[in-house]
Design a protein around this ligand. Structure first.
Ligand code: PLP
Length: 387
């Protein structure tokens, strides 16, 4: 294989050398348990407290509002299970959207199936966007909690969180947003931007380590803990803190969120080239919206082909792409996001290009050159055999 083109930055990003450098002392000399009372433990505690303050500073939150977790999935689980359970005496109706990541959807499914909650899953339009009017209409006297993502991982749609959050606030409904794909990709000043009471994010989408994330919880809200044991994280998440990963998360936040590491001025020309090629290729239909979409995300479907054949064809040319959420890649499940946009018949043919800082115009041009033939080959594999 002559070259590799990595177009899968929404799945994960490489660890930045400076972030690795910041983590390094915590994998070597600084190894104490922050809960120990002796001086080695106290040293680790001071560094953990400092990391929490630095994370709060980047986000514009209070240090006490930060809960360090093992990543986006855990932050989301803690927000949804934790708040639903802590609010259940007030009501049992919950709201989410049909295009959330499985880390969100499966929590709501579980609460509905096993814990007596009722869930409304809001529809989206053809660009994957939730309508604030639909959210307002879905509100009931017993609605207590809603969760809508900031930006979609499969097709890049940015949700109108300012309006969605305002509707929740007016109704006294606690609002969470999965902002895993938004950090480092969209302009950011502070978390007020999201208009949410709880916000989930992780490090590995912004050149930080895998297995590190946080949940920011506006005080005085208190999600019921999922992990019980010691009194870590102010009794909201038991378990000895992974200091090296926490330091990596904080370093990535400080370095890559403001300004966003996914620089639109670098990525837009690349994305535009890809979009032009997709639109010219027979059978391809762009799914990522033209407006209010992550600049780095260009997703399309192909009639008469399936994702596996398309991704294999791309991979043979050295191009790493995805069929959507990395967690469901490899399975032939149709994309629930594409289904929700109304394209059910082609939902098993999604291809996602998600670009990042190491990509070049030359790489985008190469992909545009080989794309038509890869698409044609994948489509011909699905043609019925001659009688
Ligand atoms: N939410 C979204 C929108 C994601 O894209 C992902 C990961 O792909 C997650 C949640 C899960 O995050 P993590 O991989 O840190 O568990």
């Amino acid at each position: 294989m002559s070259r590799t083109v990595y177009f899968d930055y929404n799945a994960t990003t490489p660890l930045d050398p400076a972030v690795r450098e910041a983590m390094s002392p915590f994998l070597n000399g600084v190894w104490g348990n922050p809960s120990s009372v002796h001086h080695i433990g106290r040293q680790a505690r001071a560094l953990l407290d400092d990391a929490r303050e630095r994370a709060a500073q980047v986000l514009g939150a209070r240090p006490s509002e930060i809960i360090f977790t093992s990543g986006g999935t855990e932050s989301i689980n803690l927000a949804i299970f934790g708040m639903a359970r802590s609010l259940k005496s007030k009501g049992r109706h919950l709201i989410t959207s049909s295009v959330e990541h499985h880390a969100v959807l499966h929590c709501f499914d579980f609460l509905e199936r096993h814990e007596g909650f009722q869930v409304t899953r809001l529809p989206v339009d053809s660009s994957g966007r939730v309508s604030p009017d639909d959210l307002a209409r879905a509100m009931r006297p017993d609605t207590v909690f809603a969760s809508i993502m900031a930006a979609n991982n499969e097709i890049g749609t940015i949700q109108p969180l300012t309006r969605l959050g305002a509707i929740c606030r007016n109704k006294g409904v606690v609002f969470h947003s999965d902002a895993v794909q938004s950090f480092g990709k969209e302009p950011f000043e502070n978390i007020a931007l999201f208009n949410a009471d709880l916000l989930s994010l992780c490090a590995h989408k912004i050149h930080g380590p895998k297995g590190a994330g946080l949940l920011c919880v506006k005080s005085p809200l208190r999600p019921c803990p999922l992990l019980l044991g010691g009194s870590h994280e102010n009794e909201r998440r038991a378990g000895t803190e992974n200091l090296a990963s926490i330091i990596g998360l904080v370093a990535a936040l400080e370095k890559f969120v403001n300004p966003p590491v996914f620089d639109p001025s670098h990525l837009k020309p690349l994305a535009q080239k890809l979009i032009a090629a997709i639109e010219k290729t027979d059978g391809c239909d762009l799914v990522s919206p033209r407006e209010s979409c992550l600049t780095n995300t260009v997703s399309f479907v192909v009639s008469g082909a399936d994702s596996i054949a398309l991704l294999a064809g791309l991979d043979m040319e050295g191009i790493c792409a995805s069929s959507g959420s990395a967690c469901s890649a490899g399975s032939l499940e149709p994309s629930h996001v594409v289904v929700a946009t109304g394209r059910t018949s082609v939902a098993n043919s999604l291809v996602r290009f998600s670009l990042g800082r190491e990509n070049s115009l030359d790489q985008a041009e190469f992909v545009c050159t080989v794309l038509p033939e890869i698409v044609q080959r994948a489509r011909s594999r699905r043609q019925p055999p001659p009688p």
